[in-house]
Design a binder for this molecule. Sequence first.
Ligand code: BGC
Length: 270
Amino acid sequence: MSYSPNLLKGQKALVTGASSGIGEAIARALAASGASVAVNYHSEQEAAEKIVSDIKSLGGEAIAIGANVAKEEEVLSMFDQMYQHFGTIDILVNNAGLQKDSAFVDMTLDHWNLVIGVNLTGQFLCAREAAKEFLKRGVKPDISSAAGKIICMSSVHEVIPWAGHVNYATSKGGIHMMMESIAQELAPHRIRVNSIAPGAIKTPINKAAWDTPEAEAKLLKLIPAKRVGDVTDIAKAAVWLASDDSDYVNGETLFVDGGMTLYPGFATGG
Ligand code: BGC
């Protein structure tokens, strides 16, 4: 896929959790579409710096910023650094997320809080900071017809219950209602807030589910498209949602899941 380098020209983007997986692909795709990109990482500084240097070597603009999105003071400092380098923000991709799986009765409070903290509270904190700047600055017609765009990374598990992953599914169910409520509140200010709900995408978070032929065969039973998704499937959707091509789309969840939410188990009737 080739991206149009003028599509997001002049826009400043922050992608959280961008040192690997879906976040990395989105950071690279936004940069290829002309945006300046802040690559947020939590612990993988080296990986983030490598992505930044790759983007720069292709003529793009990027910086790496370390922050744990679950911590308010670190989020505030991340936005400060973003503004020091890029002056403002036009696109926030709320991507940082993790899984800490266990049977429900064995789930510790620490693992519950960790997942809700990063996946849900982290998105709240970053969306709030971005929205403040969008409201203060308003629409810059030469940049975009929106005052700002927020893309929340959800999951098919915002609608598909997931045994053994109660903390994760709860965080994504929360993203669904948080995203729509923020979108409703900010729509009159020309701020667009949408979600992407990926299905099974080949990334480190779910490696065990696809990295052996047996595991992959089991996973494919849940995917009508009969392939595990690639990070670029999600990056393409993110570029579209970040651009004026989707200017009339607000408060929506775009499922990019090869049909996983079509409940393939019912395909033969029941
Ligand atoms: C999870 C993956 C899982 C996929 C489909 C994602 O949100 O992070 O681990 O493979 O949903 O179940």
